[in-house]
Design a protein around this ligand. Structure first.
Ligand SMILES: [Zn+2]
Ligand SMILES: [Zn+2]
Length: 239
């Protein structure tokens, strides 16, 4: 009764195309928008999580992970960073649509529930923003996502264990090797007792080259963390 009254005052509309959706559930995306999402699927690299272009075959290490293991154990993304997901993340991150953290995180929580369970993580940590960027944007998108994910997976959240101590240029305009250099030494562990010997899931919105999460993982390992896993909503593909 209360629900149907609410639906009259605030009719549930699709976050993307604004079409009315009866029985919207908690994600609020219509069937046609949902069908345009591309979940990341096997075959993929079991380490960095990059999906391979072929639809057949089994998971195997990608070229980069065969040459050098990252500091984290494994990374997974729920969706390929294109189409509606790219649009949603863009609005969430740059247009102050903070309520979009919920559908994005809920879909990620469901797609990656098995992976999150297998990590046996003790704690969820968001990739931090520098306080200067936090002032501009007024929120850290990774914290908003991590808060929902932590609740869904029932893994405690630590907002402040990891800090961004050095200002860095936005990664968006940089090539892969420049990105790595750009974030070098940019993070520090503020609460070492919260990360020592812990299994950690690090949360970010998009995995692009992986240099930001790799630098975070290195910093956490140096502070004594046991194992780091990466979970992002989306994964950018270079082709
Ligand atoms: Zn729609
Ligand atoms: Zn890989």
């Amino acid at each position: 009764m209360f629900r149907s009254l609410l639906d009259i005052i605030f009719p549930p509309l699709c976050h993307l195309c604004r079409v009315y959706i009866p029985n919207a559930g908690d994600v609020h995306l219509c069937t046609s928008c949902l069908e345009q999402l591309h979940p990341v699927a096997s075959p993929l690299c079991p380490i960095c999580g990059v999906p391979f272009a072929t639809e057949d075959g089994i998971d195997h290490r990608c070229g980069a992970c065969s040459v050098r293991r990252p500091a984290y154990v494994a990374a997974r993304a729920a969706f390929v960073f294109d189409g509606p997901i790219q649009e949603l993340i863009h609005r969430f991150k740059y247009a102050h649509k903070t309520h979009l953290s919920r559908p994005l995180a809920l879909m990620t929580a469901r797609h990656l529930a098995d992976f999150a369970g297998q990590t046996a993580a003790d704690i969820v940590i968001p990739v931090p923003l520098h306080k200067k960027r936090l002032r501009w944007r007024s929120y850290n998108q990774a914290i908003l996502l991590a808060a929902v994910l932590s609740k869904e997976w029932r893994i405690p959240l630590s907002r402040n264990a990891l800090q961004r101590t050095r200002w860095t240029e936005p990664q968006i305009n940089l090539a892969a090797d420049e990105r790595q250099q750009n974030v070098k030494g940019a993070f520090a562990v503020a609460e070492p007792e919260r990360v020592a010997d812990r299994r950690i899931i690090l949360i970010d919105d998009v995995f692009t080259t992986g240099s930001t999460v790799e630098e975070c993982a290195k910093t956490l390992k140096k502070a004594g963390a046991a194992e780091i896993f990466i979970i992002t909503v989306a994964r950018a593909l270079s082709n």
